[in-house]
Structures are given as structure tokens and as C-alpha cells.
Design a protein around this ligand. Structure first.
Ligand code: ATP
Length: 441
């Protein structure tokens, strides 16, 4: 299977099964913006819930935050984004398309769209922040930005959170939210888009302990990705060399995944030093120091950041879970998503549409609904077709009500990955699933 085929197949499967749709499709689509359908919305929510649970609920030293997208414009001057958040841009003088100057192919002087050679303009810096206006007057004084990262909302609230939650350094603040970047060359499905979501955590530490904490978070984040079932051989670290380091970073590692289009970053671990807090202190004129309750020592903490792209990790999970297999002489496509991530946990089928089986199956599904287990009822088509639909959607368990169910109250549960079938009492299906979801945590 060629790499483009895998991506094409993923795009069409995710559309067919209601994971991801192109934004404003009926108008021909909006450039590189995507909408999550019923299954995609569940998958995204599951990823965010697992991240939040690991980062916030399971730790004493991390607090949650939900800061606004629009912020005071000075924030972006202090952060360096007004001045430095740019990509070099070139334009092809033949077809007038614009590209990132560092894009493969463009670097060599050939236009990836029309193929013309050496027809690019000189590179010009292009700011990636989206601009808009606050209030009715559209002048420079009313200009604001859509945040290009969620981190700044955390820095400006550092003392609010520390004081109200009574945290002591070291401690962290976690946030999930939308970010916007006017990318010059978006693409590769949901890999690089102009509107996306980030799950970021800023960990505030005493200067001098930052390197230790950097190592801790680097290992912890990689371990989390493994726990989601992402295959080891498709994960690796990439350390930023001096020419790759962002203006704020002392050290940075990317966690990379082997996408069908090559090894690429989907999470960054950054040692941002005291750059951001010191700059906000300077630009706002407000002290952003931490006072140690022990000795009264004052200092501006260093920050270790973990920055995950939610949409990008979704692409990682979908690409990693996509399998084409042969089962009993027939081909099947399966999304082997971790059960905790799977949008639908169980599909419920009556074997045939008669003998009261649909009624029993619906009753069973009603029980799953009451237990808050996302489920799906399907009575159309052969049982084989119904299994295949669920395999493609990533549903880990299919529960079938058959003739024996009427006699002894048992049903079969078929496992998506092993294809094993076992019989379980109907009233035990919900606890059986619950148990497996907890065990797989
Ligand atoms: P890239 O080099 O791919 O542009 P970056 O180094 O600018 O990424 P960061 O600023 O470190 O990325 O952002 C942290 C995370 O946010 C990335 O690892 C990625 O998962 C996500 N992210 C950044 N830009 C985008 C985008 N345009 N679309 C989707 N996710 C993004």
C-alpha cells in the first residue's frame, strides 16, 4: 500500500463512518478546516478526557484552566509573536500560489503546483496570527488576535491560579483549547490546519531544577502515548538543534510519529526558561515573582511545557489503528482503537429480525444507555456485514442476541481484535464492558 493510498483511505473511511467531514462541504469546503462528526467528536472527547484525567485529576500538583481565546493585544507583543511568529513565504510568479520557503521542492526552486522552475519571489516574512477587531471600530487600536497557542493564557494567570489554588512551586497549569494559525501551506488532512486544538501544560519550577523536570515530563508524555496503544516502532523523540529552537526555548524535544507521509512532530516538550513570565512582567509592569513560603526567597519560575496537538494526536491514533486484514478468506478493514478511545464501545444486533430478537436487543441496548456506555443498534444486513461496519468504525465489542438468548438469557460478545466469541448473561453485559474499560486504563 503506498503512503498516499493510506491517507486517501483514511480520509474516505473517516468520512464514511462519520468521524471527520470537510468544513462547509456544501459550499465546496473551507481551506484546511475540518469538522468532527458523531464518531469523531466522541474520539476527540475521549482523548481530551484521558489527557485531563492524567494531567489534572490524577495529580496533586497540576490545576486546570480555561482561558479565553481573545486576549489583550500586548500579550502577543510580550510573547514575541507579533515580531517573531513568522514563516518565510515565497510566491510563484507563474501561478501566483504562495508556499513556505522551506517546503520540500520549493527549496529546490520548483513550484509544487504548476511545476515552473526558478519563478519564486524573494522570501518575505509572513505573520501566522489571525487578526480581527474588538468592537465596532476597525482601526489599529481595536486590533486583536486569535491566539496562536494556549500557553499565554496560562502565563498571564500564573499568580491567579497559584494564589487561589494555594499551590507551591513546583506545580503546573493545564489547559485544552482552540488555537489558530494562518498556515501558509496547510495540509495532510488534519495534520496541519488553520484552526486546531491544543492540550498544553506549563510546569513552573525553581530555576536550576528545570533540567530534571524536563526529563521527567519528556518520559511521562512518551509513556502516555504508549498507554494509548500507539505502536512503539512508530514513536520517537527528535531533539531540536540550535537552528530549530524557538526564541523562548533553552531545550526542546518533539515526540514524532511515523505518519504515512514521514516522521513528524505531534507533541513538543519545551524548556521555556523564565522567558514568558519575565517578558509579561516587563510589558505589564506587574510583578510575576513567586515568593517561597519557606525562606521568603523570590524568583521568576522556569517553565517546562508539554504541548500536544489534539487533532494531530487524533491523526496519529487513526493512522496507527488502521489495518487491512484477511479473515476467513475475506478482507476486512479494522480500526484497532484502544477500547477507552473507541467512540462506540458496543454494537448490539439481533441475529434475525424476528422471533422477538429485535425487542430483546433493544432492551439490552437500553440497559447500556442507562449505564452510560456508548452503543449502537443495528439490525440491517447480514451479521457479517454488520460486523464489518463496526470493525471499520473501531467498535471493540459486538453483542448479538440469538435464538439461545430467548431460552437462557445469554448473548454472544465478539471481540473486534481476536474475533473470539463468548457467551455472557444479558444482564452482565454492561458490567462486563465496564470492567474491561477500567482494566484497560
Ligand atoms: P510545526 O513545526 O508542525 O508547525 P510547531 O513546532 O510550530 O509545529 P508548536 O508551536 O510546538 O508546533 O505547537 C505544539 C503542537 O501543536 C504541535 O506539536 C502540534 O501537535 C500542534 N500544532 C501546531 N500547529 C498546528 C497546526 N497548524 N495544525 C494542527 N496542529 C498543530
Amino acid at each position: 500500500m503506498s503512503d498516499t493510498t493510506v491517507m486517501d483511505k483514511l480520509v474516505s473511511l473517516t468520512k464514511r463512518r462519520g468521524y471527520i467531514f470537510q468544513s462547509s462541504e456544501i459550499y465546496g469546503g473551507a481551506g484546511s478546516v475540518w469538522d468532527y462528526g458523531p464518531l469523531g467528536a466522541e474520539l476527540k472527547r475521549n482523548v481530551k478526557d484521558l489527557w485531563w484525567s492524567r494531567m489534572v485529576h490524577q495529580r496533586e500538583d497540576i490545576e486546570g484552566l480555561d482561558a479565553a481565546i481573545l486576549m489583550h493585544p500586548k500579550v502577543w507583543e510580550a510573547s514575541g509573536h507579533v515580531e517573531g511568529f513568522t514563516d518565510p513565504l515565497v510566491e510563484c510568479t507563474n501561478c501566483h500560489r504562495r508556499f513556505r520557503a522551506d517546503l520540500e521542492g520549493v527549496e529546490a526552486g520548483q513550484c509544487p503546483v504548476c511545476g515552473t522552475k526558478d519563478a519564486f519571489t524573494e522570501p518575505r516574512n509572513f505573520n501566522l496570527m489571525f487578526r480581527t477587531f474588538m468592537g465596532p471600530v476597525e482601526d489599529a487600536g481595536a486590533q486583536v488576535y486569535l491566539r496562536p497557542e494556549t500557553a499565554q493564557g496560562i502565563y498571564v494567570n500564573f499568580l491567579n491560579v497559584q494564589g487561589t489554588a494555594r499551590q507551591k512551586v513546583p506545580f503546573g497549569i493545564a489547559q485544552i483549547g482552540k488555537a489558530f494559525r494562518n498556515e501558509i501551506t496547510p495540509g495532510n488532512f488534519i495534520f496541519r490546519t488553520r484552526e486546531f486544538e491544543q492540550a498544553e501544560m506549563q510546569y513552573f519550577v525553581k530555576p536550576g531544577t528545570d533540567e530534571e523536570w524536563f526529563e521527567f515530563w519528556k518520559a511521562d508524555r512518551m509513556e502516555w502515548h504508549r498507554s494509548l496503544g500507539i505502536r512503539e516502532e512508530n514513536l520517537r523523540f527528535h531533539e531540536h538543534g540550535p537552528d530549530e529552537l524557538a526564541h523562548y526555548a533553552k531545550k526542546a524535544f518533539d515526540i514524532e510519529y511515523r505518519f504515512p507521509f514521514g516522521w513528524k512532530e505531534f507533541e513538543g516538550i519545551h524548556n521555556r526558561t523564565d522567558f514568558d513570565l519575565a517578558r509579561h512582567q516587563e510589558y505589564s509592569g506587574k510583578r510575576l515573582e513567586y515568593i517561597d513560603p519557606g525562606g521568603g526567597e523570590r524568583f521568576i519560575p522556569y517553565v517546562v511545557e508539554t504541548s500536544l496537538g489534539v487533532d494531530r494526536v487524533l491523526l496519529v491514533l487513526l493512522a496507527d489503528a488502521y489495518r487491512e486484514e484477511e479473515v476467513e478468506g475475506e478482507e476486512r478493514v479494522v480500526l484497532a482503537l484502544h477500547p477507552r478511545l473507541a467512540p462506540v464501545k458496543a454494537a448490539v444486533f439481533p441475529l434475525v429480525k424476528k422471533e422477538g430478537l429485535p425487542e430483546m436487543a433493544r432492551k439490552l441496548q437500553e440497559g447500556l444507555r442507562r449505564a452510560s456506555i456508548p452503543s449502537f443498534y443495528d439490525e440491517s444486513g447480514s451479521i457479517g456485514r454488520r460486523y464489518r461496519r463496526q470493525d471499520e468504525a473501531g467498535t471493540p465489542w459486538c453483542v448479538t442476541v440469538d435464538g439461545q438468548s430467548a431460552e437462557d438469557g445469554s448473548v454472544t460478545i465478539r471481540d473486534r481484535d481476536t474475533l473470539e466469541q463468548i457467551r455472557v448473561a444479558m444482564d452482565q453485559v454492561a458490567p462486563w464492558i465496564r470492567e474491561r474499560l477500567v482494566d484497560s486504563e
